[in-house]
Design a protein. Structure first.
Length: 186
């Protein structure tokens, strides 16, 4: 199982970094994160082997991180150096317990050392799921044929049109700007 979350890490100098990630279930209270080479998340995990998995239903965070909007309010975590998102519904603080090196995507096995809930989860709607899928699509624009991208966007726009609120429409707009910019630059 892969769970889509917002991960916070810190550099050796203590500078926070926020990024969307799919964490891979690896057992009781264990998850694997596999950042690509090169990436800030990879550098941070090598320097400070801790992360926070932030569980949020504000899909603007996912879309924002993929479109250059990474300035989301954070507050200190309880037991690890990286902060957590202030708006997270809940979070899990993790320590890296092992690393499987790989030239493309090293795998960091992490153990949860603390978790906490902050606000109730009040359900999903199709637009939130569409924005999440759109964000993943935007992260792969350089790898997918344009016809597939266009087809996926057309399908996801149905959910946006039927169920989105202002936050989801804003996030979707950011993603569509990124798609247009990507194809305009080609």
């Amino acid at each position: 199982m892969i769970r889509e979350v917002i991960v916070t890490t810190v550099s050796a100098a203590g500078k926070p970094h926020i990024a969307p990630f799919g964490l891979i279930a690896a057992g009781q209270d264990e998850w694997v994160i596999a950042p690509f080479h090169p990436s800030t998340t990879l550098d941070n995990l090598r320097a400070v082997p801790f992360l926070v998995a932030n569980y949020t239903d504000d899909v603007r965070t996912f879309a924002g991180c993929l479109t250059g909007r990474r300035d989301w309010p954070c507050i200190p975590s309880d037991r690890v150096p990286p902060p957590r998102l202030a708006a997270a519904l809940s979070h899990a603080e993790m320590a890296v317990v092992s690393v499987q090196d790989d030239p493309q995507r090293p795998r960091f096995r992490c153990q949860i050392v603390h978790r906490e809930a902050h606000a109730p989860f009040e359900g999903m709607n199709r637009a939130k799921a569409a924005v999440l899928e759109g964000a993943i699509l935007v992260s792969r624009l350089g790898m997918l044929p344009r016809a597939k991208v266009d087809s996926e966007i057309a399908y996801l726009e149905i959910a946006i049109g039927k169920t989105a609120d202002d936050a989801e429409r804003e996030a979707w707009g950011w993603l569509m700007e990124a798609v247009r910019a990507h194809y305009a630059a080609r």
